[in-house]
Design a protein around this ligand. Structure first.
Ligand code: SF4
Ligand code: MG
Length: 277
């Protein structure tokens, strides 16, 4: 573990609960490096999570952290950001937490374009509860609840949040930690709702159920299934099938929710209160 990462960890919470070879430690390391690169104040950075293997990450990170209920991290994070806009608010979530039970909170946070960064650790499965398929399990892959292969079409969560109104969208993987770090740093710097899908490896369930192999094999699987976003257009539909475009996927500027609240709602409320006196 690098000194940079160690500096921001809670030593008394070690070791993590993550299985050997889990990709989540790499993604947590990338988030920490991004925060370090940006020189954020540890006491003004709040990290919020829901429930699941990924959602254990904030407990290991020495910031103001909140481990909330399943799928609700963005609801808590929205309250924190509105109450204290000067804080940097980051949500760490998993694919089940963000795309299933938390799906509505995700699309509405994106729709509001609130200045929160969400990093979704996508291991394509429910890891903590022993490998059920999630809304992000690729079609045809197996899970404990899909022993004959998953027939559901998975969400493309990046496209979903973009369509819902997110103004910064990117994807990377645990096999590309430097690129992931840079994308998380850009997402945090962006003023508005930013979303980074970080594809992770769950060798214990996803890897085993799909006979991909051990942790290094999972890293190779991520590399083989990734394609730089700028190269995707050049691929035929057959070449593109089953591949994840990685890199910066979408950036735009739109009014940010807390700014709107402060600049539009608060003056109107004060005006009405003054008239009522
Ligand atoms: Fe990681 Fe999977 Fe183990 Fe959870 S079950 S800690 S996601 S390897
Ligand atoms: Mg998961």
């Amino acid at each position: 573990m690098s000194e940079v990462v160690r500096k921001y960890l809670r030593a008394d919470m070690m070791p993590t609960i993550w299985c050997p070879g889990c990709g989540h430690g790499i993604i947590m390391g990338a988030v920490i490096r991004a925060i370090d690169q940006l020189g954020l104040d540890q006491n003004k950075t709040v990290i919020v999570s829901g429930i699941g293997c990924a959602s254990r990450a904030p407990g290991y990170m020495d910031f103001d952290t909140l481990h909330t209920t399943h799928g609700r991290a963005l609801a808590f994070a929205t309250g924190i950001k509105l109450a204290n806009p000067e804080l940097t608010v980051i949500v760490l979530t998993g694919d089940g937490d963000a795309a299933a039970i938390g799906g509505n909170h995700l699309i509405h946070a994106a729709r509001r374009n609130i200045d929160i960064t969400t990093v979704c650790f996508n291991n394509s499965i429910y890891g903590m509860t022993s490998g059920q398929y999630s809304p992000m399990t690729p079609k045809g892959y197996s899970a404990t609840t899909a022993p004959y292969g998953n027939i559901d079409r998975p969400f493309d969560l990046c496209e979903l949040v973009k369509a819902a109104g997110a103004t910064y969208v990117a994807r990377s993987t645990a096999a590309h930690p430097r690129a992931l770090t840079d994308l998380v740093a850009k997402a945090i710097s962006h003023h508005g709702f930013s979303f980074v899908e970080a594809i992770s490896g769950c060798p214990t369930y996803f890897g085993r159920k799909n006979k991909i192999g051990d942790a290094p094999a999972m890293i190779n699987w991520m590399k083989e299934h990734s394609v730089p976003a700028r190269a995707v257009e050049k691929l035929t539909p057959e070449q593109r099938a089953g591949k994840f475009p990685i890199g910066e996927l979408y950036v735009s500027e739109e009014p940010e929710y807390v700014d709107e609240y402060v600049n539009v709602i608060i003056p109107r409320a004060k005006e009405r209160a003054a008239k009522a006196e």
